[in-house]
Design a protein around this ligand. Sequence first.
Ligand code: KG4
Ligand code: ZN
Length: 335
Amino acid sequence: MKILAIDTSCDESCVAIVDTATQRLLADVVHSHLGKMASYGGVVPEIASREHLKALPLAMTEALAVAKLTAREIDWVVVTSRPGLIGALLVGVAFAKALALSIEKPFSVLDHIEAHLFSPTLCRLEGKEPPKFPWVALVVSGGHTELFHVTSALHYKWLGGTLDDAAGEAFDKVGKMLGLPYPAGPVIDRIARESGNASAYDFPRAKLDGFDFSFSGLKTSIDTTRRKMSPEVLEQNKSNLVASAQEAILDPLVERARAAARDIEGATIVVTGGVACNSRLRDKLPEAYFPLPRHCSDNAAMVANLALLHEQAGSLVVAPWNASASPSSSILGNA
Ligand code: KG4
Ligand code: ZN
């Protein structure tokens, strides 16, 4: 079976194709719209939706060409339907439905966080050995900071998450306050590595019970610090501010992931999501497994991989074609 997977949850139009018989990835296409967002300092949801409308058909044509397939040779269409920017998601879902209807094949919806969560198993589609279960999995992206205990494929328990900003959002907001372009995560990573002193400023790390995170105090502290500086002094200290802020975002991630792993015998720490591209985080967690950077940030290969896991487990459920005015029978059954 050839599964075509689509992801339009944020500002990348992504299409991938997986062959369930050979368990190989046949195509993995990402059309990024970051360039269109740069002058706004963040993602503009309306622009993202419009860009998906233009780019998604092109991304699908490219994926089919790379896989040397026609649309009619696709056996199943899957798409992430949550969570994300609602307009952007709706473009992907409507496109996936129309495609599946036109080629008369089934269509399923999948969860974007679950796709990130199981992206460490994606390497098997490229002939490599994935990390062994159990995992302590940290999903750190622009929209999410979640910690999970994963016992096996598709079986997991949520341990905690952020109470306010996501880690990637904290990188982007700190960057904006210090005049860096969007997305600031990769820029902060580079500046900190090349010229920053991470001990120059002692920014706060939220001390919360359990496995939750909070980054709003850090933002306030950076804002207070920069307001006390003249523009010249701010410019001179920018590398050190950036490196110290990065350290304050990463320390709680490392500390909670290790604390969770201590409670679970034989656990491997895995880290996914855009922030997992961060070179300092990779240095601070040498014992952890990180997927390839292109599989950490948004992509559809992770969605195709999740579809394959569900197909193997018999849980790839066909989504209904239409909206319905009636309540679902499962809800009525529980009444
Ligand atoms: O997973 P992703 O591509 O999209 C979401 O689902 O949100 O993550 C994007 C986030 C952005 O906030 C970006 O600044 C951050 O990941 N990011 C990084 C790095 N590369 C991307 N943060 C820190 N260091 C990086 N190298
Ligand atoms: Zn994501």
